[in-house]
Design a protein around this ligand. Structure first.
Ligand SMILES: [Zn+2]
Length: 259
């Protein structure tokens, strides 16, 4: 009996289980509290810290836009080299992940000429030297200026991954410097991967939370997720479930005005 109680307590206190539960519950909670949106005909750029974030977080939004012929570009900021399963050698992981990304985006209707790999070192975005940071901001600024997007998708600013937070900061800095007005839609990936008591989610965050139903492209999104065979087995099941649901969660940020 004592052993049973002890095992039970261990299960409850196991941080992994707490995190899995947190991610599942928060995702459902956000959907219940959010306003429903429909896809717009605005041309968009999706920024993904790693090869898989774009499909997991907004694969449905991408597929809907592309099915309507709306231009979408996807920019991968890091090379994802540390998301490596043991069956891929360190020499091959970068090209392998690029191929998976190209395959996933092909399923979603994005062709290789609309995909950019900026090849920053994985997991180091928040530690860039001032020079490297500036160089990256300038590169993103140029892409934005040339394409003139009306919507920008980027990872949630409080996502529980340093590269994801840094991506938000770098992309919004580039938008502000590029002098264009765009709507920013932040997508959570690791967003709520922590003890729920530590959530930074506030009332004002809930007021700008939206969910986009993606029924019409759901099968396409599942197929795109399936392209990421080097990634999905190593990820928490709750995250893959979240990615595989038939809606997507976004936090809208007010438009950044010209500077
Ligand atoms: Zn990522």
């Amino acid at each position: 009996m004592l052993r049973k109680i002890k095992n039970g307590l261990n299960r409850i206190l196991n941080p992994l289980i707490v995190r899995e539960t947190s991610l599942r519950l928060t995702h459902k909670f956000l959907k219940s509290k959010s306003q429903q949106i429909t896809s717009t005909n605005k041309k968009a750029i999706v920024f993904a810290p790693h090869e898989d974030d774009e499909t997991f977080g907004c694969g449905g939004a991408i597929a809907i836009k592309r099915s309507q012929g709306i231009p979408v570009k996807v920019v991968f900021i890091t090379d994802g080299r540390y998301g490596r399963p043991s069956w891929i050698t360190p020499d091959n992981i970068i090209s392998h992940r690029q191929q998976e990304a190209t395959d996933a985006l092909n399923v979603l209707g994005v062709t290789p000429e609309d995909i950019y790999f900026l090849s920053q070192e994985d997991s180091k975005l928040s530690d860039l030297s001032p020079e490297s940071h500036q160089e990256l901001v300038t590169k993103i600024q140029e892409i934005i200026k040339n394409f003139q997007p009306e919507e920008v998708y980027v990872t949630y600013q409080y996502d529980k991954h340093a590269d994801h937070q840094a991506s938000y900061n770098i992309v919004t800095e580039a938008i502000a410097k590029s002098g264009i007005s765009v709507e920013i839609l932040q997508y959570p990936i690791w967003g709520f991967w922590q003890n729920p008591l530590l959530h930074k989610l506030k009332k004002q965050d809930l007021a700008r939370t939206y969910h986009l139903p993606i029924h019409q492209v759901h099968q396409q999104k599942l197929k795109a997720i399936n392209s990421y065979k080097s990634q999905t087995p190593g990820l928490p099941p709750s995250m893959v479930e979240q990615a595989a649901s038939d809606y997507e969660i976004f936090f809208k940020t007010s438009t950044i005005k010209n500077k």
